[in-house]
Design a protein around this ligand. Structure first.
Ligand code: G1P
Length: 295
């Protein structure tokens, strides 16, 4: 049986320029879907999958993110005094155990692969998860938990996979597949952001990974790839060359690309509609606007 996955890396060093001016002073991971910052969705998903150590790869200007995970004793006291028990419960659910979070700085914006590599000493010789908080996945069973369960059977490396339109291939890591077995696909190659005509399939990598420490060694060696950056995709592809297994996992759930404005808005509507206290108002509003009337 493969070793349990208890560590996760959250690459959060990106500047979030697509959301300027908001991201001028607010890290994009703190931007809220309904009432919770993006990073909280990622943390909750990791916890549900059994993650105990949370490693954030950050950069300059991400102080608000570190503050978010501090305890807030004054606020707690105030809520307790006012007997706002529901809010107190919500606040406490964001508390992290002392020592469970580590912050590592990525000093240069050299890409996702480089960000993951920056955490190598904290990972050591264990399998680890990577969660990209921009990819928010609504699912009955959280995506990483689905993957951890599948990984207990397969070992090796696993990436979340989803079909995309051919013209979108150039936005993703794309999988070259050799075997299909239900939700699992065996991967024989991977290519980062290919042109539509060069994509080996229509299965794209979505931001959830379970990786073996050998990937970190490949990251030590690889050169810059797509976009002049050190690509995680290239390091995983090297592990296939080194005869280690890589699986794509077709997760159950709906993925939102919260790195784009349109994806963020869609997620906001969808998560709003899934909240008992909001859905009636929101639905009434959506009905009241004539969506077919392209003003
Ligand atoms: C990253 C990865 C890419 C993956 C994507 C999923 O790209 O490099 O392989 O398909 O996340 O969201 P980014 O969106 O950071 O450019």
């Amino acid at each position: 049986m493969p070793k349990k996955v208890t560590k996760a890396i959250f690459p959060v060093a990106g500047m979030g320029t697509r959301f300027l001016p908001a991201t001028k002073s607010v890290p994009k991971e703190i931007m809220t879907l309904v009432d919770r910052p993006l990073i909280q969705y990622a943390i909750d998903e990791a916890r549900a999958a059994g993650i105990k150590e949370f490693i954030f790869v950050t950069s300059r200007g991400k102080g608000a993110l570190e503050d978010y995970f501090d305890l807030a004793p004054q606020l707690e006291q105030e809520l307790r005094k006012k007997k706002k028990t529901e809010l107190l419960k919500i606040l406490k659910s964001t508390n992290m155990e002392s020592g469970a979070i580590a912050y590592i700085r990525q000093h240069k914006a050299l890409g996702l692969g480089h960000a993951v590599w920056c955490a190598r000493r904290l990972i050591g010789n264990e399998p680890f998860a990577v969660i990209l908080p921009d990819d928010v996945i609504a699912a009955d069973k959280p995506c990483l938990q689905q993957m951890v369960e599948a990984y207990a059977e397969t070992g090796g490396n696993m990436v979340a996979a989803m079909e995309v339109e051919p013209e979108r291939a150039s936005s993703y890591g794309m999988l070259d597949i050799c075997e299909e077995n239900g939700q699992l696909v065996k991967v024989k190659g991977m290519v980062e952001k290919p042109k539509a005509e060069d994509a080996p399939s229509n299965l794209a990598v979505i931001g959830r990974y379970i990786l073996s420490p050998s990937v970190l060694q490949h990251l030590n060696q690889i050169k810059t790839g797509s976009g002049g950056e050190i690509q995680l995709t290239d390091a995983i592809a090297r592990d296939i060359d080194a005869k280690n297994n890589v699986f794509g996992f077709r997760f159950s759930g709906q993925r939102f690309d919260c790195g784009s404005k349109s994806g963020f808005l869609q997620a906001t509507v969808s998560f709003g509609l899934s909240r008992a206290e909001l859905k009636d108002d929101l639905r009434a509003y959506l009905r009241s606007i004539n969506l077919d009337d392209d003003a």
